[in-house]
Design a protein around this ligand. Sequence first.
Ligand code: DHB
Ligand code: FE
Length: 281
Amino acid sequence: MAKIVGGITTSHVPAVGAAIDMNRTQEDYWKPMFAGYEFSKQWIAKEKPDVAIIIYNDHASYFGMEIMPTFAIGIGDSFEICDEGYGPRPIPVVHGHPELAVHLAASLILDDFDMTVLNVLEVDHGLTVPLSLMYGQPDQWPLKVIPMPINVVMYPQPSGERCLALGKAIRKAVQEFDGDLKVQVWGTGGMSHQIQGARAGLVNTPWDKKFMDDLIDSPEVLQFKPHLEYMIEAGSEGVELIMWLIMRGAMGDKVEEIHRFYHVPASNTAVGHLIVKPKEN
Ligand code: DHB
Ligand code: FE
């Protein structure tokens, strides 16, 4: 049987990807931020998950104004790299796990989550920057990835309740998959940030830290936080954090916190990062 063995949340700031690609991680500005991921790189090298289901958002890189699915899943063999404006990052192609992905799509749809099924998908910094943070610059990514793009960039976004419930449905589906796989679920994005307008550069550290506490201990309360609160307290892009709720839902009732990191600034963004393990499998 497949098993959910861990969960990761992390910001996905594109400038972090550029710093890695340009070998600038040890510069004064970046060094303290990358230091927070040293533990994580060692941890995942020992954990050796077979598959990561990566919950992320596309930033109008592959999708756009024409099509923006609320919940989607990539079922292909591989996913090319794309990004907005400055071209794709120089990183390996991402390999999928079609068997588990098709099983997940079927299970989630029959559980009333109307997933858009993507036979073709290119993945942007929302997915690739977390991979680089966890694995550095390998020749090949050492795990398979099932991308799950979530709309957080165009109104209306899915509710927190729906996101937590989607995570729970992912957990059930993975546990029902007939195959001996160690599966992680990652939720990317956040923390507080606003990259445009009069409040560009907004960071709300007390709010972010409380969000991390609540994600660990009381997701059943956190799910009711209205989108307007994310917008007011965590900036116009802070609503990316609803994707962390999907990861949390996939972990079951209780989690053990393995690692926590919080750092300001990285570009316009407060960087937050958690590693958790489900308390029961
Ligand atoms: C930034 C952060 C993001 O999450 C993003 O998608 C784009 C830009 C930033 O802080 O620059
Ligand atoms: Fe983003």
